[in-house]
Design a protein around this ligand. Structure first.
Ligand SMILES: [Zn+2]
Length: 381
């Protein structure tokens, strides 16, 4: 990799494993780099000794000026099968850097650090920013987003934000939301030899319910598109007992668009059960989790931050980015929906994230750092 500060940090971040739940070393590294720029790194732990996130602020001179947040996540997914190289050692091939997190999203973190570092350096001790520049590096984004949720609960706020996730020339202006739920179906046990005259087979009812769920309608949003249903798991019966199964549970993933609520999704599953005449044999419940489910959003296409990112992208990368809706969820959902912070999701990318042989693009890391620095000047100076 090029021998400079930006790529030294990219390299160090990759060599510092930070699989979700083990972010401390990466958090300490980012905190040290921020302190090196003269900023104070605040630690926010989502639980006792677990999921540390780092926050810092470069104070502006005018409290009434707009503030900007640059944010990214420290954690990566776990190592999957199929890696051809060591996931924690960057391997360079042309513009590509193969490593876990090289795309999702250690390049984004390195680019944010570099942009802020250059901004501070060029100001020669007198930063020209009128508005506050907030920085946040979260834990557990690949888990339950405990880091960003915790920071929001502890006062993280800004007028607008860039989430430095790996979307480069496909800037995300909206995300779908996601709920998950279980449907537990009760049957009636009986000796299997007496079936079907006696007993009620919970597996068969659950299977019919799964098919009915697959065919349930979803809402359509003019920008975000459609929600989807996915039955992801089914479990019931006991192999070692000669009984008609009396229990079968299914696990359901539901991506949503604005307007679809957890209550409306649960009601749809109950409706499907009713259409099969088994509503009194089915319990539907949202999955219990430590943080809220993520709801869908889309930001205004003429938001000043988005216009600034697009303009500087065009100038730096020399082409037009597309504005897209991400089909999944990320911490941006919390920033917008819970924090009320319009968020543009844009950062250096690559390919293969969440799988083996993920790679990042050095060119995009370099260009993202440049674009972030320009946008900082645009928005808060
Ligand atoms: Zn990510």
């Amino acid at each position: 990799m090029p021998d400079n500060r930006l790529f030294m940090r990219y390299d160090r971040l990759i060599r510092t494993p930070s699989v979700t739940g083990n972010e401390e070393a990466a958090a300490a590294y980012v905190a040290k780099e921020l302190e090196g720029m003269g900023l104070t790194a605040e630690w926010h732990w989502a639980a006792e000794g677990k999921w540390p996130s780092i926050k810092a602020t470069l104070k502006g001179s005018d409290p009434s000026a707009k503030s900007l947040l640059l944010i990214g996540h420290l954690d990566t997914v776990a190592v999957t099968d199929g890696w051809k190289t060591d996931p924690f050692t960057p391997v360079v091939e042309g513009d590509r850097v193969y490593a876990l997190g090289s795309s999702d999203m250690k390049g984004g973190i390195a680019a944010v650090l570099e942009a802020v570092n250059r901004f501070i350096e060029k100001s020669d001790g007198h930063p020209p920013n009128r508005g506050d520049l907030h920085l946040a590096f979260s834990a557990d984004e690949e888990g339950l987003s405990r880091g960003t949720y915790k920071m929001l609960r502890e006062g993280l706020s800004a007028d607008m934000a860039i989430m430095a996730e790996c979307r480069f020339d496909n800037i995300a202006i909206g995300f779908r939301g996601r709920y998950s739920m279980t449907a537990d179906v009760r049957g009636t046990a009986a000796h299997a030899s007496r079936y079907p005259e006696t007993g009620r087979n919970a597996i068969i009812d659950a299977a019919k319910l799964a098919v009915a769920i697959e065919n349930l309608p979803t809402a359509k949003h003019p920008e975000v598109g459609s929600g989807t249903w996915c039955v992801r798991h089914i479990e019931g019966g006991i192999k070692t007992t000669l009984s008609v199964p009396d229990k079968c549970g299914i696990f359901i993933d539901r991506y949503v668009v604005p307007g679809e609520t957890s209550a409306s999704c649960v009601a749809q599953v109950l409706g499907a059960a009713a259409s099969l005449g088994i509503e009194d044999r089915v319990d539907v419940a949202l999955t219990k989790r430590d943080t809220p489910f993520m709801e869908s959003f889309v930001i205004e296409r003429d938001h000043p931050l988005l216009l600034s990112v697009v303009r500087h992208f065009r100038e730096v990368a020399g082409r037009e980015p597309s504005l897209e809706i991400d089909r999944s969820v990320c911490d941006s959902n919390y920033l917008v929906v819970l924090g009320g912070i319009p968020t543009v999701t844009f950062g250096p990318s690559g390919e293969g994230f969440h799988g083996p042989n993920e790679f990042g693009s050095m060119k995009e890391v370099e260009q993202a750092a440049e674009i972030y620095e320009r946008v900082i000047r645009d928005i808060i100076c």
